[in-house]
Design a protein around this ligand. Structure first.
Ligand SMILES: [Zn+2]
Length: 143
């Protein structure tokens, strides 16, 4: 991963959707999903460390409503219902078609964020519904 991407994200956070899509465009299609997810993990983990690692770590599901959702709100309009997170007007796939991989940044972000919380066991995150080209509401399930 290019260091310049991470430092640009650090400089412009949370206004990073354009930086993430430029990074996505710079990669060969077959590498995009993995690379975007990896980038998201670094960013989400970094934000947890920066903003939420002081004090006693919150367990599931409290960490979702009290920490993860507020963190994601910087990036997009967000709703959460139990272990499902909805990005409304997801800025990471707004202009893309079915070949997009931008939402994998969010998959990685949620994984990295929760993995940095010592009170949480390993989690798996999946984009269970993508709104690219239709509703523009992307749904992420934490398992
Ligand atoms: Zn999506």
């Amino acid at each position: 991963m290019k260091k310049s991407v991470l430092s640009a994200i650090g400089a412009y956070y949370p206004k990073i959707a354009d930086i993430v899509s430029q990074y996505e465009d710079s990669l060969p299609i077959e590498r995009r999903v993995t690379a975007l997810q990896e980038l998201g993990r670094k960013v989400g983990g970094g934000i947890y460390q920066r903003d939420y690692s002081l004090g006693s770590p919150l367990k599931m599901p409290t960490t979702i409503t009290r920490e993860l959702v507020p963190a994601l709100k910087g990036l997009s309009k967000v709703k959460a219902k139990n272990n499902v997170i909805y990005l409304i007007k997801c800025p990471f796939c707004k202009s893309s078609d079915h070949t997009h991989s931008g939402c994998h940044f969010i998959v990685g972000y949620i994984e990295g964020f929760l993995a940095s919380n010592p009170a949480i066991d390993v989690v798996q995150v999946e984009e269970t519904n993508c709104g690219a080209g239709s509703t523009n509401i992307c749904e992420f399930t934490i398992g």
